[in-house]
Design a protein around this ligand. Structure first.
Ligand SMILES: Cc1cc2nc3c(=O)[nH]c(=O)nc-3n(C[C@H](O)[C@H](O)[C@H](O)COP(=O)(O)OP(=O)(O)OC[C@H]3O[C@@H](n4cnc5c(N)ncnc54)[C@H](O)[C@@H]3O)c2cc1C
Ligand code: FES
Length: 274
């Protein structure tokens, strides 16, 4: 069965008329393997580039008609009209995206979900684990333009430290660790011991994304110190915009949708580390 995907012209007209652009086709500008099994893919999309905030995500659609559901990825960096995502190859969908080359096309929808709240001046601790890196890179990039705030990237890797260079471009300070030497809580404890939690008298706020056990540990660490903590959740998704109810998470306010109510929730909303 043929599906209708609007062209760039149709999308430009819809955006001009004030509509959120539907799924549309964009040109891929770069595909680079950062480390075995971890790929950075960039595409040209003026709308997403102008609107994607930290922790918002995009749906990418595979070309395989048997795989109708899109794959969600956090927006990582924006350079002009170019948007990039970073992903691990874990299944058939991500394997297909990893085979793409500059000049190929991909269907995309976004930006989706709600961003981290970063309006208040603060010292933001950007705590990332594994493939939780992309939304925190975007947060570092976004906050680099805010002279009132400071950022420290706190990054835990399985082995290769594939995102230290990109964090260093935007964050005021970057500290990282691999599994053989500890985890992000090890780094947070060190920062606290070295007096690195407080910068310029600003309130310290944690933004975090990573594997579930890591985020629970980060929330508990924050709660012990009464620090604000926003967590970007990952959940298996269908539509990505609130209609299929595949992506719910338990919160103190009942079951909420990660795609439409999140992906960002506070530790209080999740009832973590109280
Ligand atoms: C809001 C959001 C943002 C995301 N951002 C990123 C990102 O920036 N980088 C990145 O590498 N991945 C990210 N993911 C996970 C990514 O969407 C999945 O890895 C991808 O959809 C897998 O597609 P696949 O066809 O290759 O694998 P599949 O064949 O569909 O699945 C392969 C394996 O991956 C697991 N998986 C599939 N979907 C998810 C999911 N949504 N969350 C966790 N595990 C999943 C499956 O349980 C299975 O074990 C994000 C997920 C969400 C919900
Ligand atoms: S993915 Fe469909 S409702 Fe969240």
């Amino acid at each position: 069965m043929a599906t209708f995907t609007p062209t760039a012209d149709v999308v430009a007209e819809a955006v001009q008329a004030g509509y959120f652009p539907p799924r549309h086709t964009v040109e891929i500008t770069d595909v680079t393997e950062l480390t075995p099994g971890v790929v950075r893919l960039a595409f040209h999309d003026p709308y997403i580039a102008a609107h994607a905030k930290p922790a918002q995500f995009v749906n990418l659609y595979t070309k395989d008609p048997m795989r109708l559901m899109p794959r969600p990825f956090g927006v990582s960096e924006i350079e002009g009209d170019e948007v990039s995502v970073i992903f691990a190859v874990v299944g058939e969908g991500t394997a297909e995206f990893a085979r793409y080359q500059a000049g190929d096309t991909v269907d995309v929808l976004g930006p989706l979900g709600n961003p981290f709240k970063t309006k208040n001046p603060a010292h933001y601790l950007l705590v990332a684990g594994g493939l939780g890196v992309p939304p925190l890179v975007r947060a570092a990039q976004h906050l680099a333009a805010d002279e009132r705030s400071r950022t420290t990237a706190v990054v835990g890797y399985r082995d290769v430290r594939f995102a230290d260079d990109v964090f260093a471009r935007y964050a005021d300070r970057t500290v990282s660790i691999d599994n053989a030497h500890g985890n992000v809580v090890t780094l947070l404890d060190r920062l606290e011991a070295d007096g690195g939690l407080t910068v310029d008298g600003l309130e310290t706020v944690i933004l975090s994304c990573g594997p579930l056990p890591m985020m629970k540990a980060v929330a508990a660490w924050a709660a012990k110190r009464s620090l604000a903590c926003q967590l970007s959740m990952e959940q298996r998704m269908g539509c990505g915009f609130g209609t299929c109810v595949l992506c719910t998470v338990d919160t103190v306010d009942g079951r909420l949708k990660v795609c439409a109510d999140g992906p960002v929730f506070t530790r209080e909303q999740l009832g973590w580390g109280q």
